[in-house]
Design a protein around this ligand. Sequence first.
Ligand code: PMP
Length: 296
Amino acid sequence: MIVYNNGVYCPLMQAAASVQDRGYQFGDGVYEVIHYTDHHGVDEDWHLDRLDYSLAQLQIPWPMSPTALKQCIRQVRLKNNLSTVNIYISITRGVPVTRDFAFPKRFCPPVLTIIPYRHKPVSQGLRTKGMTVITAPDLRWGRCDIKAIALLAPSMAKQSATEAGADDVWMVDDQGFITEGSSCNAFMVTQAGEILTRPPSHAILKGITRTRLIALARAAGLRVTERPFAVSELNDAAEAFITRTTGFVIPVTRVDQNPVGLGQAGSVTHNLLSLYETFVQEQKHGHITDTTRFAV
Ligand code: PMP
């Protein structure tokens, strides 16, 4: 596999980071994941807008222009002959002259890495059976709106899910409200058919898939309310699901071993996935050109 690493295209095994990179020493860097279908990046510009936001929050300069970055991503896809793929982009602050907790005063070139990961489409089984999740305290920091590479708390949470035999974890704040999944946004559907998801704040990552899906759902006349929902509300939920770039929309059919609704993928989730898949195809064919910027 060929990756882009700090200015060169090279085999993955040859890609390396300095032990002095602040990404390595402080977890000081940001990332993005973009799904490409037949070389079309789904909401690619929104992902680059969010990357711009993450970089700006940490005062990390762009390593190159967004247009040049798109070209590099394209080269990675072409060199690997992968037209449908998930592309991971990471930008770390780079190697400072001296070690200090404050950001380096002198210009420090950021380090860009682009790695393609094979796309595993969500299986028919998962679409119908859904995922199981457990809940766990959200131990992350106060700026989850930044897509930072420091992922220890969600890794630990996901590990607890794995050990419990669940597919993922939904993290819970101090008040008993769901924040989000380890690497996805969380939704529930009420018995009245209202779709609930936590509003954007520093407590969650404002998912691109989440944002797009909410717009599609509202345009289709569905009721979406952005408000936090409590773990206890899931007892009365009709359906639950998650959104993420690499999986679109995936039903959640068990939370802490309790069935959600009937314990199987529901029709609202199914319809939302269809809406999203149709959107991906239409955007790919140029039938939808959305020039709005993604505001975090
Ligand atoms: N929340 C977190 C913490 C994530 O890591 C992700 C995946 N990037 C998401 C939500 C979903 O965001 P997106 O739809 O942009 O992939």
